[in-house]
Design a protein around this ligand. Structure first.
Ligand code: GLY
Ligand code: GLY
Length: 313
């Protein structure tokens, strides 16, 4: 196996979920949100923090931002509740932690990290995850604190308009990938899932290999899109498979997303970094807010062709 680069240029990329369309006013807010989160995570890397610490911090910031479908701002289940899924992975040793169907906590990604660090398991769900959170001292918050007016309206609209499958217009998930100064990679992904989902429905985001993957020998990926399709193609691991086969990160992202589209008519997006620090943000949905920080520059965008590059403040 090739050794890790001794002093890698740190890279932090985030996404704010693939969606059909974003209004111009909201586009501005979500763009600011992803830039803030990416800059925060990159700051952790510059201070010598690990890739895992950086992706956790970036995703927690997006969970705290009500514009995004994760943490506060999560979409509502058919019963009007918030049930969240999240996962995190450390590329050094393939350490993984995930939670699903969790309620009444602000930051599911932090609970996923605790599952990775403090339990012999990879994945806790529902009641068990809630008991673990309580036992380890994670603060419980009132369920209503995670519910926004926008999501109440979205659920009403969804119930009026649609019988059956969830509308692709209401997708969203947040995620981050990072390469730290020591050449380690990590990913974190967090979501409220699909609006109007059945209680107990679990998507791809907490599932290692689908919602994300990180392996120091290859790179790291976080995905967004309809969980029922991402799960069936193991989208994150599929993208890294193409990197293992010698593709660039851009090619690998396009091949993996292309396969999900051709095989299942599934549209989505992903962010990716390889062990050399090459990164990509690609999507087949109409838009995907994203931001990447590397070498003193912040790259960001929401739709095809609207990438901007600014100096890191
Ligand atoms: N909730 C679907 C997505 O990740 O975009
Ligand atoms: N990609 C997130 C979900 O479908 O739940």
């Amino acid at each position: 196996m090739a050794s890790q680069p001794a002093h890698a240029e740190p890279v932090l990329v985030v996404h704010g979920g693939g969606v059909e369309a974003v209004s111009p006013a909201r586009r501005q807010r979500v763009r600011q949100g992803v830039i803030r989160a990416a800059s925060l995570g990159h700051g952790v890397l510059l201070a010598g923090g690990s890739a895992v610490d950086a992706v956790e911090a970036a995703v927690a910031a997006l969970e705290d931002d009500p514009e995004f479908n994760a943490g506060c701002g999560s979409v509502l289940t058919a019963d009007g509740d918030v049930e969240m899924d999240a996962s995190i992975m450390d590329g050094r040793d393939l350490g993984a932690g995930a939670v699903s169907a969790v309620r009444c906590i602000a930051n599911p990604i932090k609970l996923a990290r605790l599952v990775m660090d403090k339990t012999p398991h990879c994945f806790l769900t529902d009641r068990g995850a809630a008991k673990f959170a309580a036992d380890i001292g994670v603060r419980k918050i009132p369920a209503g604190q995670l519910v926004t007016e926008r999501n109440k309206e979205l659920l009403l609209k969804e119930k009026q308009q649609q019988q059956g499958a969830a509308s692709p217009g209401n997708l969203g998930t947040v995620g981050a990938v990072a390469l730290d100064l020591k050449g380690n990679v990590a990913y974190a992904t967090s979501t409220g899932g699909l609006v109007n989902k059945m209680t107990g429905r679990v998507g791809d985001s907490p599932c290692v290999g689908s919602g994300g993957y990180a392996d120091n020998r290859i790179g790291a990926v976080s995905t967004t899109g309809p969980g029922e399709k991402i799960l069936k193609v193991n989208l994150a691991r599929l993208a890294l498979f193409h990197v293992e086969q010698g593709k660039t990160v851009e090619e690998a992202a396009e091949l993996a997303l292309g396969y999900m589209n051709s095989r299942l008519k599934g549209l989505g997006g992903l962010i990716m970094v390889n062990r050399a620090g090459d990164w990509a943000a690609k999507w087949t949905s109409t838009s995907m807010p994203w931001a990447a920080v590397k070498g003193g520059k912040v790259h960001s965008g929401t739709e095809m062709g609207d990438t901007t590059v600014t100096d890191l403040c």
